[in-house]
Write a protein that binds this ligand. Structure first.
Ligand code: SF4
Length: 208
């Protein structure tokens, strides 16, 4: 199921989040059946970014509670125990990320979040005060910008090998290490005459 171009009719003062897309069930971005949320907006401008369409900060501005309800509903429909949040960079909206994770935490056994910030940047409040607060709701954090020259096929779950898998909840380590043994996984989803590929794509080398 793909939920893209969400429209929200509510204009309350509630916290909102810029959302790029939601897919479910996804198996290429972490162990088991997962709901995956891509936030909209990122300032890192990594060369070769796999999701340039998610860099702009213009998009679907969704009420947090509605977004949370949607993620939980999808998890029930597709029996997903895992949630992956990618982007864009979810930590560019750390206030909203914090509120969202707080609401959905109890509905998922495993929450994986990607960010272009490094963990130390988050700890130093580079992504705002809420960045640190987000960490207590995250089981696994994959950090760092995408560096095209460091995109190697052995680098599972990560776009490039400078990115680090941080097990903020050590209980998740075994599941993830098992999953990493499979190598990179790609999936494709069709929606509205569009194909969306999820997972980490190998860099195609250009030879002269
Ligand atoms: S951090 Fe991620 S979304 Fe942002 S520019 Fe880099 S690769 Fe793209």
């Amino acid at each position: 199921m793909i939920l893209r171009f969400l429209r929200c009719r509510y204009e309350s003062g509630a916290i909102r989040m810029l959302v790029g897309r939601i897919l479910s069930p996804v198996h290429s971005l972490g162990p088991g059946n997962r709901v995956c949320l891509w936030t909209q907006g990122c300032n890192k401008k990594c060369y070769g970014c796999i999701s340039p369409e998610l860099q702009s900060f213009e998009g679907n501005n969704v009420d947090e509670q509605i977004l949370a309800d949607m993620l939980v509903r999808l998890a029930k429909i597709h029996q997903c125990k895992g949630l992956t949040v990618s982007g864009g960079d979810p930590f560019e909206q750390s206030d909203s990320l914090f509120q969202l994770l707080k609401i959905v935490r109890k509905s998922f056994d495993d929450i994986l979040v990607y960010t272009g910030y490094e963990l130390d940047d988050i700890l130093n409040c580079c992504s705002g005060e809420s960045g640190i607060s987000c960490l207590k709701y995250i089981d696994v954090l994959i950090d760092g910008p995408y560096i095209r020259d460091h995109n190697v096929p052995e680098c599972v779950l990560r776009g490039s090998d400078n990115q680090i898998i941080h097990y903020l909840n050590e209980k998740m380590r075994a599941d993830y290490e098992n999953y990493l043994q499979k190598g990179r996984v790609l999936e494709s989803f069709c929606h509205d005459k569009e194909v969306i590929i999820t997972g980490m794509i190998n860099e195609v080398k250009q030879y002269e």
